[in-house]
Design a protein around this ligand. Structure first.
Ligand SMILES: Cc1cc2nc3c(=O)[nH]c(=O)nc-3n(C[C@H](O)[C@H](O)[C@H](O)COP(=O)(O)OP(=O)(O)OC[C@H]3O[C@@H](n4cnc5c(N)ncnc54)[C@H](O)[C@@H]3O)c2cc1C
Length: 389
């Protein structure tokens, strides 16, 4: 690890918790990553350790049994985890977005019942927004919840749902009024626990992001009690989804920083060991140019990420800051992972090294939690709104 580029070096106040996470990653995670990732095997033992560490309650308020960490500390933890194995950060991220939806918009009863169970990891899950025909255009979803006495009956399909197989509970975005105009007024969010009518139809195979499950979920006359409607009022689903996505984008940015840092750190190490033409490749100017760019990109990505996290912690609207951080850090991850592969030469393409995994994992950061095309549009819209002519 290169000291000046570690997340821990950025701030000392979070030093203790980051040191604990670092120690755990080095001792219990790092030795197993290559095998688990190539086998695409769910890391059950590691997830049990994550429960022990309290990571499933990282951002859940202390009064509900969570660690109550702010977004800035959480981003640093995510960066550190992603530096070792990006997939692990996905196991807690979408779970914590679901938790944030309940913490921000749930009724007092929903918070009292669900948040302690989410914090311990007794109930684990994620966020079910995307459908086969609607990802970016979430208002185009077709999953329908129809009121039937003190229940709703849900029909539809969700796809690409992280933790879909291993998780038991999901923040589920549906249409309660498909005719509503504007469309978002007919959208609602439920806390949906697995049960009759709620099935996993398939595991989705991916380029990277191995070990963690991505699944298609099918709802066929799934009956859900009306008191699972988040906030107890129809029509607030889009608001819940977008509120959760701000934290989600900061998380993706932090994951991008982790991948960009891992790519840089491996390259700095390798460039000093690998020799060509009688000297370490680190002494060739062409390699130095790459390292210099990679380190600068990482530092810029980190500063944007912490800036967004601090704005979130201050309770400010931060879609522009989170969008900038997500966009820049994910592109930094893609660029750094490709440069790491070039610096490692043929070994960068080998499954015996971590570099090929960074390269497979990084592009997802450009897609998840709103594509980078959309981030730039969000940034521009906010820029104009904040600077009227
Ligand atoms: C591994 C993985 C895990 C995921 N986990 C989850 C999860 O846990 N929960 C969940 O709900 N979803 C999840 N997703 C889904 C993810 O959020 C969507 O894939 C993403 O939002 C993009 O949606 P889409 O794939 O339907 O692409 P589309 O929306 O069809 O977009 C296709 C292309 O068109 C561009 N585009 C779309 N609209 C516009 C526009 N107005 N202007 C300019 N360009 C535009 C997009 O940027 C993209 O380049 C996951 C996806 C993957 C791959």
């Amino acid at each position: 690890m290169v000291d000046q580029t570690t997340a821990a070096a950025a701030d000392t106040e979070d030093g203790e918790i980051l040191a604990t996470i670092d120690k755990w990653l080095a001792r219990d995670v790092r030795p197993h990553v290559l095998k688990l990732d190539h086998a695409d095997e769910y890391p059950h033992e590691i997830v049990a350790q994550m429960k022990e560490l309290g990571l499933f309650g990282a951002t859940i308020p202390v009064e509900y049994g969570g660690l109550g960490l702010n977004a800035t500390t959480y981003a640093k933890i995510v960066e550190t985890i992603a530096e070792t194995w990006m997939s692990l950060s996905g196991i807690i991220n979408s779970h914590l977005i679901m938790s944030a939806c309940v913490a921000r918009q749930g009724t007092p009863e929903q918070k009292a019942y669900y948040l302690p169970k989410f914090a311990t990891g007794e109930l684990r899950g994620g966020l079910a927004l995307t459908e086969p025909d609607a990802g970016t255009d979430l208002q185009g979803i077709r999953t329908r919840a129809r009121r039937d006495g003190d229940h709703y009956i849900v029909n539809g399909t969700k796809t690409w749902i992280t933790n879909g197989i291993e998780g038991s509970c999901f923040a589920l975005l549906v249409k309660t009024d498909p005719e509503a105009n504007p469309r978002h007024k007919g959208m609602s969010m439920f806390i949906a626990e697995k049960g009759p009518g709620f099935t996993v139809s398939k595991k989705l195979e991916k380029l990277g992001y191995k070990g963690i499950d991505s699944a298609e979920l099918v709802f066929e006359d799934y009956r859900i009690p009306a008191d699972r409607l988040i906030g107890g009022v129809e029509g607030q689903g889009m608001q819940a989804a977008l509120g959760g996505l701000e934290l989600g984008r900061i998380n993706i940015a932090a994951r991008g920083c982790g991948l960009a840092a891992a790519s840089l750190n491996d390259s700095v190490r390798y460039a000093q060991i690998r020799k060509t033409f009688g000297k370490p490749i680190a002494e060739h100017q062409a390699i130095q140019l790459k390292l210099g760019e990679m380190a600068t990109r990482l530092q810029a990505a980190r500063l944007l990420t912490y800036d967004a996290a601090r704005a979130y912690d201050r309770g400010e609207r931060c879609d522009m800051e989170a969008g900038m951080a997500k966009y820049f850090a994910s592109e930094a991850a893609v660029a750094n992972s490709l440069e790491a592969m070039r610096i490692h030469g043929g070994y960068g393409y080998s499954k015996e090294y971590d570099v090929e995994r960074y390269f497979r994992d990084a592009p997802l950061m450009c897609i998840g939690e709103g594509t980078n095309e959309i981030q730039r549009m969000i940034i521009a819209k906010q820029l104009i709104a904040r600077n009227p002519a």
